[in-house]
Design a protein around this ligand. Structure first.
Ligand SMILES: *Cc1c(COP(=O)(O)O)cnc(C)c1O
Length: 383
């Protein structure tokens, strides 16, 4: 502050407080040391941290295998290939997701066939999914959106291969006690910087099947079989590897994942209390039937009488970051143009997508910050 700045001026009270970001990773000395150790080792890729991270991750989820990959999207792509999805197939999935879950089908020239979502959990609706199945359906791709477990057991009864998009659901647990991603179907996790665990960019595919693990490991590494010599390849593959630097970071994050998840759950509980009773404002659904959310984002649905863009602008002017989250995939320009999608196809998804706003949410958020966001939301909504 310059020496001439007004002091004790009453206008100071109206100045914006320090802005609260949407997300913020938890990175400390432990992460720094782990990454520096890899730097000093000189082996930055294809080294020992990759299997170490995979084994620790698989053990945490109680699943037999895990393969580290360069992103959640790469994981979804390889998982779809692993269950045999190819050219001309259909994959039944949710339109209320990050675009990657539908894009991954297109990578294999398969068609994502959307079905509407459940208005409470916001996950793919079972009856709608069942109605979307045809002769060409090669897989079902449920998304555990915002970390709330999709009913994987019910989808299993459709009798089709399942690929789970668990990119938002680390730490979530199904009502039957299985961690999400631990039921044995290929399940993709993502480690972008706003996720429950981050490696900067990165991902992991869990599976109960050793032959799937072998295929994932080969296809992430240009189609090289483990017993093959240098630069010999027996199938088509990609470079979807995760570096040792990233895996070291992931291992360090795993060491305090429980604390980070508990902190997210505390912030969510504080939000729920602070935002209670605002007319027309819908909060994330509560855990039910033994299902436990792995908290990823705190997304509210605005009252129908408010224009979302105006609310987001007003929040920003008052130092609170927020964002529409998530837009409906079928209404994105590319999907409209490529597949002729239009408004009205999936009314529940469209209503939710039009009203959803992500509020600042990260483990280190203080009660004071939660209270500040909640007060600002009340003020902006005039409630
Ligand atoms: C984060 C995310 C992904 C994967 O994202 P990457 O950036 O590729 O790691 C996929 N699906 C959903 C629903 C996600 O939230």
């Amino acid at each position: 502050m310059s020496a001439s700045a007004p002091r004790g001026d009453s206008t100071r009270a109206a100045a914006p407080r320090e802005a609260i970001p949407l997300a913020q990773p938890e990175l400390g000395a432990h992460e720094e040391a782990a990454v520096v150790e890899v730097l000093r080792s000189g082996q930055l890729s294809l080294g020992p941290r990759v299997p170490a991270f995979e084994q620790a991750f698989a053990a945490r989820l109680g699943v037999a295998h895990a393969s580290a990959v360069s992103s959640g999207t790469a994981g979804l792509h390889l998982a779809l290939r692993a269950v045999g999805v190819h050219d001309g197939d259909e994959v039944v999935t949710s339109p209320f997701s990050f675009v990657a879950s539908a894009n991954a089908c297109l990578f294999e020239r398969a068609r994502p066939v959307f079905a509407d979502i459940d208005p409470v959990t916001l996950n793919l609706d079972l009856a709608a999914a069942a109605a979307a199945v045809t002769q060409r359906t090669a897989a079902v791709l449920p998304v555990h959106v915002f970390g709330y477990p999709a009913d994987t057991q019910a989808f299993e009864r459709l009798g089709l291969p399942i690929v789970e998009d668990a990119c938002e659901a680390l730490g979530a647990v199904h009502g039957d006690g299985h961690p999400v991603g631990g039921r044995g179907h290929p399940a993709a996790f993502g480690f972008y910087a706003n996720k429950q665990l981050t490696t900067g960019e990165g991902g992991m595919v869990t599976t109960g099947d050793g032959s799937v693990k072998a295929r994932l490991d080969s296809e992430r590494n240009q189609g090289r079989a483990p017993d093959m010599g240098w630069l010999d390849h027996d199938r088509l593959g990609f470079n979807y590897r995760l570096s040792d630097l990233a895996c070291a970071l992931g291992l360090a994050q795993l060491d305090h994942l429980d604390d980070m998840l508990a902190a997210r759950a505390r912030v969510a509980a504080a939000y729920r209390a602070a935002l209670a009773g605002i007319e027309g404002l819908d909060l994330p659904c509560e855990d039910a039937g033994g299902d436990m959310r792995g908290w990823f984002v705190f997304v509210v649905q605005l009252p129908r009488d408010h224009a979302r863009d105006d609310v987001i602008r007003a929040l920003r002017e008052r130092g609170v970051a927020s964002k529409p989250y998530l837009p409906a995939i079928h209404l994105m320009s590319y999907y409209r143009e490529a597949f002729g999608h239009r408004e009205g196809e999936f009314p529940v998804c469209e209503d939710v997508a039009a009203r959803s706003v992500a509020l600042p949410f990260f483990p280190a958020m203080s009660e004071g910050q939660v209270a500040q966001v909640a007060e600002t939301v009340r003020e902006v909504l005039g409630r």
